[in-house]
Write a protein that binds this ligand. Sequence first.
Ligand code: SAM
Length: 269
Amino acid sequence: MSAEFYIVATPIGNLADITLRAIETLKNVDYIACEDTRVTKILAQKYNITAKLFDCHKFNEKERSEKILNLLTQGKTIALVSDAGTPLISDPGSVLIDTLLKNNVKITSIPGACAINVFLSQVPRNSEDFAFIGFIPRNNKQQIEILNKFKHTNCIFYESPNRLIDTLENLLINYGADLKIAVARELTKVFEEVKINSVQHIIEYYKTNPLKGEIAVMVFEHTPKQNDDEINQKIKLLKEENFSAKDISIIISKLYGINKNKVYKLALD
Ligand code: SAM
């Protein structure tokens, strides 16, 4: 299929953060598939974009994929945008793009704003590697399960302002008050702020400062050292209760998400 389909990144707050190529593309296509047409209308009005808008969100994406394929077959050009930032980054689009790829549609991505990049560019780090987990689960146990998987790398997640304190308190309980984190709020907007400090300081800060708007969090890679003391203490307690090294390794590895053999060796020492 020779039809043209574009994935276009839009601003994450400041309407000026859009590339010339993105504006040109949105002006030239016949249709724009939007997460929410009301949001995209604001951008369209600002840049005199007159393409027809229709909604394409996580609840109708499958059905819209058929519509988009039909339009492309008729030779129409189409762009996909989300409410903010880059489509498919914690935003809908995967189902649609999968369908288009299976139908040999040529896809062009027009890059631009993305909260992860803006955040990363403001946070000094010792290493380049990072993990992005999208929106962190609400459940405290699931939060720790997923963060344990990435504790040796910087880990970024999206979170709602209403749940931030609860999530940070969960980090404090599980990783200690000194855990280093960064919280970005309202990036690219008037009240943009990035705080980098221990989890305890950041909780205290947000208990007395405004906590609303869009939030992204980074948990810095943390060495297991600090955790080891705590783990050794737990192993000692279980040994005093006559648990075998094998049982201790199962219990501790489940609780802390660490390697069973490592715990087994510690329990034997
Ligand atoms: N596709 C977007 C991107 O490229 O970043 C992300 C969409 S996701 C539905 C929205 C979440 O991204 C927000 O709840 C917030 O966690 C994060 N986010 C988006 N804009 C942000 C901003 N200006 N400042 C901080 N976080 C932001």
